[in-house]
Design a protein around this ligand. Structure first.
Ligand SMILES: Cc1cc2nc3c(=O)[nH]c(=O)nc-3n(C[C@H](O)[C@H](O)[C@H](O)COP(=O)(O)OP(=O)(O)OC[C@H]3O[C@@H](n4cnc5c(N)ncnc54)[C@H](O)[C@@H]3O)c2cc1C
Length: 470
């Protein structure tokens, strides 16, 4: 028996070898590493180290579910928190505060080791991953972590479709930092327009809020922004309301295209009644500072542009040549047990799994949603934990249970499409909104956030949204 009461870090050339954090006596198992003779490491737990890349829906859920008594669990992610994305748009306008939708990775278990870094490459042969720190104090510093099992859950990036200027002048809505930028930008636009000497034309240009992408994220953000403008900013800047407008651009013929047609129409009519312009069939050619160039309209001035047109592969996924990729989406291909497939043989690679937005199951394409990511994480957690107990466990492979989809459409209304559960279960309006809110409240993770979210909903209702600009 041996005590490991401290986190020990030994530096070797180009290699940092880690020992797991644990406060109780643990049996140490001797293991051989056939392909990694240059590594020495003391395993704290008999079933080895599982490294999880990413702290999103897939990685965070898996990290929580894994049996930490038997596995050393290490999470590597450039952000040390999980974001409850369905309510991210609410934080972008101050309906909720940012802290209501984040969960710290380290907050869940002292048995989870965490490193704030990006994984740059994976050495499958030696079971090593190469990382780069993204901490301010040692940004760019490289280190290496070894694994017994690797889980890739790095998500995807926002897709700009190579449209020039989007990265420079548009704002994505993927992370808390984006939501913070949006909130600051909306208030900047209003303060600019309120300054003396600003012409009417400048006011109208600055107060044009453009959303590119009419999927659930673009629609929910537009709805939240509409509420913010009509419920709070209209009270504070009444003289600017005549200059304020919102437009949703999309290449496809309608918004919420993945929803039941009736609900998509319902949302469209609701937006139109509220004065939010929807411009289907619009092709954005370029985004410049203060101007969007649209094929069908020419140059359109804007004050803030939020870009939400879908996803593209994470660079780490692109760089993994050994892993098979889906030809259309370029996501990592796995089998139904979520094992990554070899690009040459299409056989599962050893000890490496992929889930969440960055992966898709061969011949079983599922949407890139939190629902799929978390169900896959639950499945993989169960399988890895079950493997500890018995050899007779039969793994039937992952199967998705579709529980439908929902979207907020503004003014306390939502659309809920539950056709996968019951063929007639579609609803739009206030009842759907109540369902939307209660569903997301019940799905939020910690008890702290389950208390904070309704508290902030009430505070916003009584006092309005915070308009301080930090
Ligand atoms: C605004 C918004 C609203 C949404 N609403 C819904 C909804 O209502 N319902 C729904 O089902 N889905 C929703 N989604 C989609 C859902 O959030 C995603 O499908 C889900 O986040 C995918 O989970 P993931 O773990 O694969 O990726 P992510 O949650 O994106 O997490 C990826 C993680 O990997 C980390 N990472 C990235 N690169 C690296 C690297 N190189 N090394 C290590 N770590 C890395 C990231 O920092 C992050 O922690 C929404 C998405 C957004 C943006």
């Amino acid at each position: 028996m041996q005590h490991f009461s401290a986190f020990t870090r030994i530096r070797l050339p180009s290699l940092i070898i880690k020992r797991s954090l644990s406060t109780r006596p643990i049996e140490v198992t001797q293991r051989s590493f056939a392909n990694a003779s240059n590594r020495t490491r003391t395993l704290a737990k008999s079933h080895g180290r599982i490294v999880v890349l990413g702290s999103g829906w897939a990685g965070f859920k898996l990290m929580r579910d894994l049996n930490k008594e038997h596995y050393d669990v290490t999470v590597i992610s450039p952000r040390n928190y999980f974001v409850f994305t369905p309510l991210l748009a609410s934080t972008a306008v101050g309906t909720l505060e940012f802290r209501c939708i984040t969960e710290p990775v380290r907050g869940y278990s002292k048995d989870v080791d965490y490193h704030q870094a990006l994984c740059n490459s994976v050495d499958l042969e030696n079971q090593l991953i190469h990382c780069t720190s993204n901490l301010d104090d040692n940004k760019g510093e490289k280190f290496t972590v070894d694994y017994d099992k690797l889980v890739i859950a790095v998500g995807e990036y926002s897709n700009t479709f190579n449209t020039p200027g989007v990265k420079e002048y548009g704002i994505f809505l993927k992370d808390i930092k984006d939501a913070q930028r949006i909130r600051a930008r909306v208030l900047e636009c209003f303060e600019f327009a309120a300054q003396p000497g600003v012409t009417d034309e400048e006011k109208a240009n600055k107060l044009h809020f453009a959303v590119v992408g009419g999927g659930p994220t673009g629609v929910e953000f537009s709805a939240e922004l509409y509420d913010f403008i009509t419920e709070d900013l209209s009270r504070l800047y009444p003289q600017l309301m005549e200059y304020t407008r919102m437009t949703v651009y999309d290449v496809s013929p309608s918004i919420l295209g993945s929803f039941d047609q009736k609900l998509s129409n319902y949302a469209t009519q609701k937006f139109e009644r509220n004065g939010i312009q929807i411009k289907p069939g619009s092709h954005v050619l370029e985004v410049k500072k203060d101007v969007i160039s649209i094929k069908e309209e020419g140059e359109v001035p804007y004050g803030m542009l939020v870009w939400s047109t879908g996803l593209m592969p994470n660079p780490i996924v692109e760089s993994m040549m050994t892993a098979a990729k889906d030809p259309r989406t370029r996501r990592i291909l796995t089998d139904k047990k979520l094992r990554v497939l070899d690009s040459k043989t299409m056989e599962p690679l050893k000890n490496i799994y992929a889930l969440g937005d960055c992966a898709t199951i061969k011949d079983y394409n599922l949407p890139a949603t939190a629902q799929v990511a978390s169900q896959k994480a639950i499945y993989l957690g169960n399988e890895l934990n079950a493997a500890l107990k018995s050899n007779s466990h039969v793994d039937k492979g992952f199967s998705f249970e579709n529980r439908g989809s929902m979207a907020y459409i503004g003014s306390w209304q939502a659309v809920v499409d539950m056709r996968p559960v019951h063929e007639k279960a579609t609803e739009g309006g206030h009842m759907a909104w109540m369902f939307w809110r209660s569903a997301y409240l019940s799905m939020s993770v910690s008890a702290r956030n389950k208390m904070l979210i309704p508290m902030y909903w009430c505070l916003t209702w009584v006092f309005g949204r915070d308009i301080s600009r930090f």
